[in-house]
Design a protein around this ligand. Structure first.
Ligand code: HEC
Ligand code: HEC
Ligand code: HEC
Ligand code: HEC
Ligand code: HEC
Length: 170
């Protein structure tokens, strides 16, 4: 009888151990949703410039979405120890964790688009194409719509920029 119980206990422990090994190895990578990033907190409350994080926006095609090294410029120290949300990014920075942000704005590969051209040479504002990002309080962006050809086209017509097909397409 006693032996039966022992076998049963070992059996149960085995199941748990197996569960932890499997669940450990299948643990998903952290996603942007783990970190409650807020554009409002960074750009409205603290007047941090867009280019501090989107470093390519004046010089390259891609604005770039910041990785953990960019966050580490400020979050390798804990500025407000009372904020649980800030503590989480502080810990991510210490562990050098990758954050997989969801990407909303994307044009297909057959379209040529350059931020430098529009922001630096064309002197356009971010709001002209992305709406008011300074009000976004979470990585689940609100009121975002995909940029379609017609949108590019009508601004080019307004501003008397070429609307040649080859201009935007390879
Ligand atoms: C003329 C319209 C336009 C303007 C102005 C503009 N963007 Fe963009 N943005 C786009 C388009 C189109 C994409 C998608 C690009 C792609 O898929 O290659 C994009 C993508 C992005 C992305 C994500 C992908 C990436 O790395 O490029 C970020 C971040 C971004 N823009 C930030 C900004 C900021 C900051 C400004 C202002 C300084 C700005 N944009 C001004 C049209 C614009
Ligand atoms: C130029 C400095 C700077 C950079 C770069 C920066 N932050 Fe911050 N961040 C701040 C400041 C200042 C605060 C406000 C501190 C506070 O009161 O909690 C803050 C607060 C936060 C908070 C807490 C906000 C809240 O609503 O409680 C989170 C989360 C955060 N940052 C995430 C990030 C992430 C993710 C990155 C990288 C993509 C990043 N930060 C890059 C300066 C920065
Ligand atoms: C402290 C760093 C930081 C600053 C400053 C910042 N951003 Fe961002 N931005 C991020 C991060 C992180 C993401 C990805 C998470 C998200 O969408 O909230 C992002 C995403 C975006 C996107 C969406 C990209 C996509 O395709 O999903 C746009 C557009 C953008 N930012 C524009 C701006 C503009 C405009 C400003 C200035 C008014 C600005 N950002 C300032 C860190 C920053
Ligand atoms: C809000 C207005 C606006 C929107 C929207 C816009 N553009 Fe432009 N675009 C401009 C302006 C202004 C210039 C001229 C910049 C300069 O002075 O070089 C330009 C220039 C260009 C050029 C270079 C033109 C040349 O003469 O070689 C390309 C390519 C281009 N845009 C593609 C796009 C694409 C693709 C989109 C949509 C994803 C887009 N643009 C959306 C205003 C806009
Ligand atoms: C100012 C930039 C711009 C110009 C000029 C332009 N396009 Fe586009 N085109 C885009 C963008 C951005 C997309 C991708 C977004 C979308 O599907 O609307 C696109 C998508 C397309 C597609 C695929 C759309 C679909 O529904 O599958 C075709 C086909 C196309 N363009 C043809 C043309 C032709 C033909 C011309 C010349 C008359 C032209 N384009 C001029 C920016 C441009």
């Amino acid at each position: 009888m006693k032996k039966g119980i022992l076998v049963f206990i070992l059996f149960v422990i085995g199941i748990f151990a197996g569960y932890f090994i499997v669940s450990g190895s299948l643990k998903p990578q952290p996603t942007g949703d783990d970190i409650s990033f807020s554009h409002y907190a960074h750009t409205t409350l603290h007047k941090i410039k867009c280019v501090s994080c989107h470093r390519g926006v004046e010089t390259q095609e891609m604005a770039s979405v910041p990785n953990i090294q960019v966050c580490s410029m400020c979050h390798s120290t804990l500025m407000n120890p009372k904020s649980e949300r800030e503590k989480k990014i502080y810990e991510y920075v210490k562990e050098n964790k990758t954050i997989q942000w969801k990407i909303y704005y994307h044009v297909p590969d057959y379209v040529m688009f350059s931020h430098r051209r529009h922001v630096k040479l064309g002197k356009l504002e971010c709001t002209d194409c992305h709406g008011d990002m300074t009000k976004q309080t979470s990585p689940d962006l609100k009121n975002v719509s995909a940029i379609k050809m017609q949108f590019c086209f009508s601004c080019h017509e307004d501003k008397k920029v070429t609307t040649d097909c080859n201009n935007c397409h390879h």
